[in-house]
Design a protein around this ligand. Structure first.
Ligand SMILES: C[S@@+](CC[C@H](N)C(=O)[O-])C[C@H]1O[C@@H](n2cnc3c(N)ncnc32)[C@H](O)[C@@H]1O
Length: 405
């Protein structure tokens, strides 16, 4: 057993639990670090113009982001060089087998703490993924500073940290378990946790928080990560913004942007008008306080002085729209017209559907630019751009439609 309880946990229970054989059947995709999202929100859609793309996956675990980035880069013809870093050798072994199963050759594996990244793997890196890691460090400020020290000029980070409100109930349960079972016996901790979760009174906040239902507590690794973690903390939006600020960073985009827009959680026009006067961070904080649903925060961040003009905008015929498969499934609803209902963490978002959006969305394949799509549809440029803007305003805030050039 190692002296560091966090390392001990991830040596025994690599997280998330993954079987390399599954690579033959599916690619695990998500945020942060879906490459279309990174391209759109961090590199103004111009990632393919970069002669090289150096990526660090810090605390890469069993390899979800690593595999996704490497596969996306290969599929999109982006010349990526990707470095995986983690302190758990058991996790690294799984990640290595997943990369090998896909025959990807753009990855090098490094073992150690991200606190030592400047000596272990100095980079510099154009993009750093750090998903669900920094909130487990004794000193998250030192961890973030270490990552910034290897960030290339013009680079960006994709971070996920826990959100305080959405995790309501987790920390009292962690404290209860700590008081009932010593931290040194991982399997006893797990068996006590399984009994306690089943025996919680109906009034308990962990039991009453439906947002925690989606967590993978069926596996030992998942249950341990949620209710027995020896060290984890969560952030509110202002705490997250202050933390980034202390490292010289600023948020470029929260994912999905719609969740961080208070107007989407309100209906009263007078209240929406008030919300619209707030700064972006204050607005995001208000959205968090109104919704109560944010159990994680996914944020793309850049150095304060490099944060403007990072997000792609529709810019005429050369714009190549890229739709996620979930966007494509909206084609029938768009064809029907009327009101489109979208789900925002269980809250129904209603948007009026403009004319001609279904055939436009149908033709988006991540290859054709708007000029070509307009010709295919027989639309003159102004009509095409107006329709595209409507579609973009509908789907980009939920990160289903991004742009590249
Ligand atoms: C919750 S897992 C997340 C794994 C992966 N990023 C993902 O999202 O699937 C946290 C990972 O961070 C690693 N970790 C924790 N502290 C670390 C540190 N100081 N340096 C490098 N890795 C660390 C753990 O070993 C573990 O694999």
């Amino acid at each position: 057993m190692t002296a560091d309880p966090v390392r001990a946990q991830y040596e025994t229970y690599p997280y998330p639990a993954r079987d390399p054989k599954e690579e033959a059947h599916r690619l695990v995709e998500g945020s942060p670090s879906h490459l279309d999202e990174v391209d759109h929100f961090c590199f103004a859609g111009r990632l393919r113009a970069k002669p090289s793309f150096n990526v660090l996956v810090a605390g890469g675990g069993t390899g979800d982001a690593l595999v996704m980035i490497a596969q996306h880069a290969r599929d999109r013809g982006i010349p990526a060089a990707i470095t995986y870093l983690d302190l758990s050798s058991a996790s690294r072994e799984i990640a290595e087998r997943r990369i090998a199963a896909r025959g990807l050759d753009s990855v090098r594996f490094v073992s150690g703490s991200l606190l030592d990244v400047a000596t272990l793997a100095p980079g510099p890196y154009d993009y750093i993924d750090c998903c669900g890691v920094l909130h487990h460090l004794a000193d998250p400020d030192a961890g973030l500073a270490a990552l910034v020290s290897v960030l290339a000029p013009g680079g960006a980070l994709g971070l996920m940290v826990y959100g305080t409100l959405g995790r309501t109930g987790v920390y009292p349960l962690q404290a209860a378990l700590r008081s009932m079972v010593p931290e040194s016996d991982l399997s006893l901790q797990l068996s006590v946790a399984r009994r306690l979760v089943k025996d919680l009174p109906a009034s308990n906040w962990y039991r009453r928080n439906p947002l925690l239902g989606g967590w993978d507590v069926g596996t030992d690794a998942g249950l341990f990560d949620l209710v027995l973690h020896p060290r984890d903390r969560s952030y509110t939006v202002p705490e997250l913004a202050n933390w980034l600020d202390g490292a010289g960073l600023t948020p470029v985009a929260f994912i999905e942007p719609a969740r961080y827009d208070p107007a989407n959680w309100l209906t009263d026009p007078a209240l929406i008008r008030r919300a619209k006067t707030l700064s972006p961070i204050d607005a995001a904080a208000l959205a968090e306080n109104l919704s109560g649903t944010m159990k994680t925060h996914i944020v793309y961040a850049a150095r304060r002085e490099e944060a403007s003009n990072r997000i792609a905008r529709p810019a005429g015929a050369d714009t190549i729209p890229v739709a996620r498969p979930a966007a494509k499934s909206l084609v029938p609803a768009l064809a029907k017209g009327g009101i489109l209902k979208m789900d925002l963490d269980g809250h129904a978002l209603r948007r009026e559907i403009g004319p001609g959006l279904a055939p436009l969305l149908e033709r988006i394949d991540g290859q054709r630019n708007l000029g070509r799509i307009g010709r295919d549809l027989g639309l003159e440029a102004r009509t095409l751009m107006a329709r595209f803007e409507t579609l973009y305003q509908l789907l980009n805030p939920i990160a289903l439609l991004t742009l590249r050039f």
